[in-house]
Design a protein around this ligand. Structure first.
Ligand code: ZN
Length: 275
């Protein structure tokens, strides 16, 4: 970290100890205090120790812990955050703690040219404010009972549990032998969006508390695969109706300096606080 940046951070933390951050799905601001040097250090340290933080569960959990610690409103609960809430909150936090944007070098996947671009955090927060959360329900009659499936953006904890589920299968030789990981990932992707199930207007009480493996088992044991994966199935509708770039659309586009290729500038969170 450059001395000038360090001075800026110090000045910033002296002048504004409390700032408000936006939670997308609640359309509400929450008050946060500044990160301590210790918290910043722990985040940088885990980022350095991890090869790719995008899919690292510990890294995300640590971030969630820090967010919970920093919020001074008791009603704020990281367990209620969706994946989009999380990205926008972290971008907004970075924007408030370090005022500057981030310069990132990106390599074009088409022509390999390197392009430097400014990642403007306020643009991520703005996209978050315009984001339309996924929200719909499907009702099916199953054995004379009305079953309602409630579909919403994945909670960040559900997303982490999904990552963990895939990770466990990947790293266990026994399990990896039994299943095709690629298929497992795709098959179970929509389950992240299934927030609740009501059977005859009564909530399946512990569905939300189940870890991902338990949810997979519950779905397999309870519903015929046609109900979930058939032409008019619940998961089929999620595949068809939820854009698969809904999260990456939060990030500004990077245009290649050499060829016409452009894509969303998805960045990993280790960049956000490592200095
Ligand atoms: Zn290019």
């Amino acid at each position: 970290m450059k001395i000038s940046d360090a001075m800026k951070v110090l000045r910033k933390s002296d002048s504004e100890n409390i700032f408000n951050l936006y939670v997308v799905t609640e359309k509400k601001m929450y008050p946060f205090k500044n990160m301590t040097v210790g918290q910043r250090k722990s985040i940088s340290k885990v980022a350095i120790d991890t090869n790719d933080t995008t899919f690292d569960i510990d890294f995300h959990l640590m971030y969630l812990g820090v967010l919970q610690e920093l919020c001074i409103d008791d009603t704020f609960n990281v367990s209620n955050l969706t994946d989009v809430d999380f990205i926008v909150l972290v971008a907004d936090l970075r924007r408030n703690i370090i005022m500057d944007d981030l310069t990132i070098t990106s390599t074009c996947p088409k022509c390999n040219a390197k392009t430097n671009f400014r990642l403007e955090f306020n643009k991520i927060v703005e996209s978050g404010k315009n984001y339309e959360p996924v929200h719909f329900e499907m009702v099916k009659m199953i054995n004379g009972k009305s079953v309602k499936f409630l579909i919403d953006d994945p909670l960040i904890t559900t997303y982490l549990s999904y990552l963990n589920y895939i990770q466990v299968h990947k790293t266990s030789p026994k399990l990896a032998e039994l299943v095709d990981i690629g298929k497992l990932k795709v098959m179970n992707y929509p389950l992240q969006f299934l927030r609740d199930i009501m059977i005859d207007d009564e909530k399946v009480s512990d569905f939300n508390e189940m870890n991902f493996a338990k949810k997979v088992k519950f779905i397999d044991d309870t519903f015929d695969s046609e109900i979930m994966y058939g032409k008019d199935g619940v998961f089929t509708k999620i595949y068809n109706d939820v854009p698969d770039n809904r999260v990456s659309k939060l990030y500004p586009l990077i245009k290649c300096s050499k060829c016409p290729y452009e894509r969303e500038s998805v960045v990993t969170f280790d960049n956000f606080f490592s200095f």
